[in-house]
Design a protein around this ligand. Structure first.
Ligand code: AMP
Ligand code: ZN
Length: 664
């Protein structure tokens, strides 16, 4: 055997031992023997740098330092999951599914691992990239760190596709977590709070050698790619397992919602026997054809549903009620609690939502309260332990003036929250609005962070977002922690934001109830801020999905002289306040007023391209056939009951070609 063959055979052998140990949990040699072989390989690789392989088992020990994690766009968006908490929720979900797909529906049930989601890209069987979920569209590249996780195969086995993405959860098993904390405490270090945060924090460590020391694991649950020749979720899981991934054996194919519930009940009871934490179960429509029919909402697949286990509760003392002012002036009461351990984290604060909530539960300072951790990050108070109420306790009187600017609070009719109406000079409102304006999903201004905004406002350099465009480097330099370079970056970042498209500017303005999706709809419909500014509430509600509440808020925003002046100043600064010409060129109103349902598989365009074509030409896409449907565009394999429904309702069924003809 020559050196090259020797190296290759050691790599193969070590890879197999890794697999036996970490994936199969069934080692066939001792740790000692493994180490000897690994050292032998390391020595050979050092003598022969020309035979280096980034995916060799020796690369698992780390050694790479990452200073900045690159942002990378996902090829396939990483969606979130809708949540359910009861049998009724699941049955409602099934009803929605049956409206869209034909025939029998089977489900795969999986555990919902509580860690950090990860997208791995493989090419020719080799791991080429690992990217965190981030905001779902793009995440941070953490390949060097992920390579050190032994359950992530660096080289696949068997009959894998040439290129694909696979998704999973990076978790820290409970035993490993406890061991890490023992070591920390022995070194007089603060213990980590919970396995989930420790797992996701590990991915962003700069030194991969540190990551290699942590007993992280990667559990896989979904494969994405083109032409993969996989037709169901369960088949995907089985294939991934055969290629060498760790796919927990608890995943199960079931035939009905009743069986889903059995699975949920079983794991709710037995979850504490698992080596890692789970916070529920994920149910997925098994057939990929049906998944494709169901598609996605703005934030989650329609074919998947998380079932969250009941939250854990504890009781603790409420020390004090404080009031916070948000960027819209909304007041949020917050309870400062005696710190207490709950579901793996230490809880110090709880949201009290609003005055009604405090009154309804009769929550008072110094009460003993029950705290529950649901899906949100901030836990909530669900009841007061009246047996423990101090004798001289007084009911809580809700504040009547703003804690920040002392303006008298108002409570708009029909709203649960109180607001500080001092829109123009209440500090958290002024600062919060500008912070929202510069944030990543809005104007994404590089070189300017939330704290600097607060500083700029406090120093009197800016009082609204239009003022940003008049800032000069000379003005900024004297600020705390600013140097010439960072001041220049800041001013450049503001300048660059003039390229941000209109729909995002509209979102950035921070009009109440105008979130990202609404901003897109309004931008598309009105095309310029001038047109939007003159729209009446009656006109606004004719826009698809714009309700009265949003319409009134938009009208109110533009009825303020102050806001109008600010918008005019943005316009003269060169901020994009209308849809750009080339974007307009691709849009028509040809399909205005028409609602389409798209079903089946298409030849010349993908289902998503079809949907975009419909929307760009003013039409509306709906997922189920009803009397409101104008046309059904039928591809190959359209379900027979769908076809029957369309025929019953006398809806015109178009072929792909006929539809494209319609646009000509
Ligand atoms: P959420 O963050 O609550 O919207 O839930 C979605 C997240 O659940 C995904 O991004 C995954 O990280 C995680 N997850 C855990 N287990 C699974 C699973 N078996 N299937 C899909 N997602 C899962
Ligand atoms: Zn105020």
């Amino acid at each position: 055997m020559n050196t090259q063959q020797k190296i290759q055979s050691l790599r193969d052998e070590l890879r197999q031992h890794n697999y036996n140990y970490y994936i199969l949990d069934n080692p066939t040699i001792s740790d000692y023997e493994f180490d000897i072989k690994l050292k032998e390989l390391q020595a050979l690789e050092e003598q022969h740098p020309e035979l280096f392989d980034a995916n060799s088992p020796t690369q698992r020990v780390g050694g790479t330092i990452t200073k900045n994690f690159n942002t990378i766009a996902h090829d396939f968006r990483m969606y979130s999951l809708d949540n359910s908490y009861s049998k009724e929720d699941l049955l409602d979900w099934e009803t929605r599914i049956k409206k869209i797909v034909d025939g029998e529906v089977k489900y795969t049930c999986e555990l919902k691992y509580d860690g950090a989601s990860m997208n791995l890209t493989y090419e020719d069987g080799k791991l080429v990239r690992a990217v965190t979920r981030g905001d779902g569209v793009q995440g941070d590249e953490v390949t060097a760190n992920v390579k050190t996780i032994k359950t992530v195969p660096l080289q696949l086995k068997g009959d894998f596709p040439k290129r694909f993405d696979i998704r999973g959860e990076i978790i820290l098993p409970i035993k490993g977590f406890l061991k890490m904390n023992e070591d920390r405490m022995a070194n007089d270090e603060e213990p980590y709070r919970n396995p989930r945060n420790t797992a996701s924090g590990s991915l962003k460590l700069q030194d991969s050698t540190e990551v290699a020391k942590r007993p992280l694991e990667c559990l896989l649950y979904s494969i994405k790619g083109n032409n993969l020749n996989i037709s169901s979720q369960i088949e995907g899981l089985e294939k991934a397992r055969a290629w060498g991934f760790k796919v927990p054996n608890e995943a199960k194919l079931v035939n009905s919602i009743d069986e889903v519930l059995e699975y949920v009940e079983y794991w709710d009871e037995h979850r504490h026997n698992l080596p890692y934490e789970i916070d529920g179960v994920v149910v997925k429509v098994n057939s990929f054809y049906q998944q494709d029919e169901l598609g996605f909402t703005a934030k989650a697949p329609r074919w998947a549903m998380a079932y969250k286990f009941k939250a854990e509760q504890v009781s603790t003392k409420l020390n004090e009620i404080k009031y916070q002012v948000g960027r819209t002036g909304a007041i949020t009461p917050v309870a400062n609690l005696e710190p207490v351990q709950l579901a793996g984290t230490i809880v110090k604060r709880a949201s009290l939502h609003n005055a009604d909530q405090i009154e309804k539960l009769d929550i008072r300072e110094r009460d003993e309260v029950f705290v529950e951790k649901g899906g949100e990050i901030i836990p909530k108070i669900i009841a007061v332990d009246l047996t423990k109420r101090p004798e001289n306790s007084q009911p809580t009187t809700y504040i009547t003036t703003c804690p920040e600017c002392e303006t008298e609070l108002i409570r708009p009719e029909g709203e649960a929250k109180h607001y500080c109406p001092n829109y123009n000079t209440c500090p958290p409102q002024v600062i919060g609005r500008i912070q929202h304006y510069i944030s990543r999903k809005a104007m994404d201004i590089e070189g300017l962070g939330g704290e600097t905004v607060a500083l700029l406002v406090k120093e009197g350099l800016i009082a609204n977002y239009a003022d940003l465009y008049e800032l000069t480097v000379e003005q900024v330099i004297p600020l705390e922690r600013m140097a010439e370079k960072s001041a220049k970056n800041l001013v450049n970042g503001i300048e660059t934001s003039k390229q941000i498209p209109f729909e995002r500017v509209l979102f950035a303005l921070g009009i109440r109830y105008v979130g990202e999706t609404v901003a897109k709809k309004l931008a598309k419909y009105y095309k310029s801020i001038d047109a939007l500014m003159f729209a009446s509430a009656i006109d606004l509600v004719t826009v698809d999905e714009i309700g009265e509440r949003i319409a009134e808020s938009v009208v109110e925003f533009f009825s303020s002289e102050e806001n109008k002046t600010i918008v005019e100043r943005l316009k003269s600064s060169g901020v994009q306040l209308e849809i750009s010409a080339d974007k307009l060129a691709n849009q028509t109103e040809k399909l205005k007023g028409q609602t389409f349902v798209v079903s089946g598989v298409f030849e010349s365009v993908s289902r998503n391209e079809l949907k975009k074509l419909i929307e760009d030409n003013g039409g509306k896409v709906s997922s189920s056939i009803s009397s409101k449907t104008s046309y059904v565009i039928a591809g190959d394999k359209m379900g027979p009951s769908k076809r029957a429904k369309a025929e019953n309702l006398n809806i015109v069924i178009l072929s792909e070609q006929a539809f494209l003809g319609l646009l000509k």
